[in-house]
Write a protein that binds this ligand. Structure first.
Ligand code: CP3
Length: 345
C-alpha cells in the first residue's frame, strides 16, 4: 500500500498500512511559494478563479510535506458570490460581503449552476487530477449551510453572531428558506466537483460551535443531512467538519457522513466514545502545537495516535494551519504520523 490510497481507505474504514494525514489549509500563507504565487496573481480571488494558479498552489504542499491527500485550492465563499452576494477580500482583514438579511433579499438569491457559474473550479479539479497523476487523492470541499449563512447575514466573519441569531430566532421561516437554498447550492456544487474528479469531499462547518444542541438539530443538521444524502450515490467519501462541536458530536455523527472531523478541544478518545465505531474520526492536533519544539510536537502527536489505535482515523490539525507556522514543523509532523501511525483494524 502507498500514499496513493491510504486516505480514501481510512475514510471508508478499510485497512491501511499507517495513519494517513492531510492538513487543513495546507496550501496557504505559511508557505513562501504560496505567497509568491499569490503575489503573482495580484489578489486572492484571482488566484481562486484561475485554474492554472489554483492547481499550482494545490500541489505546492504535496511533495514538500509528504501528505496523503491534496485539497482543492478555493474558498467556501466562492459559490456564495455566485448566488448573488457581492464578495471581496480586504487585504489581511478577511472576507467582506454585502449582507443579505431580509426575506426579499433571500428570495432574490439563486442556486448557481456549477458548469455555467463555477466552471473555473471544475477546470481546476480536472487540471489537478491530471497533474497529480494518482500520486495522492484530491479532496473537494464546500462550506456547510449554517456556516455559509453566517457570512451571508453578517457580511463578514462573525463575532457575536448577533445578526445570524436575530434571523434564526426572530424569523426562522426566512432562515430556513436561506438554509434550503444554501443546501441546494452546496449539494449541486459538490456533486459537480465529484463528477469533475474530486475523490472525497469535506463540508466545513467552521462556526457550528455557535449553536447549542437544539439549534444544531433545527438549523444545521437537517441541511447537512440533505447534502450527504444527495452525494451518497456518487460514492465519494464525505467528511463533515464540526468545528468547536464537542456538545454536538452525537448528532453530528448521525448525519450519514463517512468521517467526522473534530477540533482539538475534546480528546479523540472522548469523541470516539460519543460517536461509536461506525465512522472515521479526523483530527485533532491543536494548530498552535506546531509552535512548540519537535519533542513536544512528537509527544502530542503520539498521544493522539495512541488514543486512536485500532480505530478508524485520519490525522489532521483541529483547524487550519496558521500563517506563522514554520513549514519544516509541518513536514516533521507528517513524518511522525507515518512513523508512529497505526495500521487500522
Ligand atoms: O485547505 C486548503 O488548503 C484549501 C484552501 C482553503 C481556503 N479557504 C483558502 C484561503 C479552504 C479549504 C478554505 C475554507 C474556508 N474559507 C473556511 C472554512 C475553513 C476554516 O478555516 O474554518 C472559511 C471560514 C473561509 C472563509 C475565509 N477565507 C476567511 C475567514 C478568510 C480569511 C482568514 C484568513 O486566514 O486570512 C479567507 C481567506 C483565505 N482562504 C486564505 C486562504 C489561503 C487567505 C487569503 C490570502 O492569501 O490572503
Amino acid at each position: 500500500m502507498s500514499r496513493s490510497d491510504r486516505l480514501l481507505r481510512a475514510l471508508r474504514g478499510e485497512p491501511v498500512d499507517t495513519t494517513p494525514i492531510w492538513i487543513m489549509r495546507q496550501a496557504g500563507r505559511y508557505l513562501p511559494e504560496y505567497r509568491a504565487t499569490r503575489a503573482r496573481a495580484g489578489d486572492f480571488l484571482t488566484l481562486c478563479k484561475t485554474p492554472e494558479l489554483a492547481c499550482e498552489v494545490t500541489l505546492q504542499p504535496i511533495d514538500r510535506l509528504g501528505v496523503d491527500g491534496a485539497i482543492l485550492f478555493s474558498d467556501i465563499l466562492i459559490p456564495v458570490e455566485k448566488m448573488g452576494v457581492p464578495l471581496r477580500f480586504a487585504e489581511d482583514a478577511g472576507p467582506r460581503l454585502e449582507p443579505v438579511r431580509d426575506a426579499a433579499g433571500i428570495a432574490a438569491l439563486r442556486v448557481p449552476d456549477p458548469e455555467a457559474d463555477l466552471g473555473f473550479v471544475l477546470d481546476a479539479i480536472r487540471l489537478i487530477r491530471r497533474e497529480l497523476d494518482g500520486k495522492v487523492p484530491l479532496l473537494g470541499f464546500a462550506g456547510a449551510p449554517f456556516t455559509l449563512l453566517t457570512y451571508v447575514v453578517e457580511g463578514q466573519t462573525g463575532k457575536q453572531f448577533i445578526e445570524t441569531k436575530r434571523l434564526l430566532f426572530g424569523a426562522p421561516e426566512v432562515a430556513h428558506r436561506l438554509l434550503g437554498k444554501l443546501a441546494d447550492s452546496v449539494a449541486t456544487y459538490l456533486a459537480a466537483q465529484i463528477r469533475a474528479g474530486a475523490q472525497a469531499v469535506q463540508i466545513f462547518d467552521s462556526w457550528v460551535g455557535q449553536l447549542g444542541p437544539e439549534d444544531f438539530r433545527t438549523f444545521a443538521a437537517p441541511y447537512v443531512a440533505r447534502i450527504v444524502a444527495a452525494l451518497k450515490p456518487l460514492g465519494a467519501p464525505i467528511i463533515y467538519f464540526a468545528n468547536d462541536g464537542a456538545t454536538l458530536l452525537g448528532d453530528a455523527a448521525a448525519l450519514g457522513a463517512d468521517a467526522l472531523a473534530i477540533d482539538w478541544r475534546l480528546p479523540l478518545t472522548d469523541a470516539r466514545a460519543r460517536v461509536g465505531a461506525g465512522l472515521t474520526l479526523q483530527g485533532n492536533l491543536d494548530p498552535c502545537a506546531l509552535f512548540a519544539d519537535l519533542p513536544e510536537i512528537e509527544r502530542r502527536t503520539r498521544a493522539i495516535l495512541e488514543g486512536a489505535r485500532g480505530t478508524r482515523h485520519v490525522f489532521n490539525l483541529g483547524h487550519g494551519i496558521l500563517p506563522p507556522t514554520d513549514p519544516a514543523k509541518a513536514t516533521a509532523l507528517v513524518e511522525m504520523v507515518h512513523r508512529f501511525g497505526a495500521p487500522a483494524p
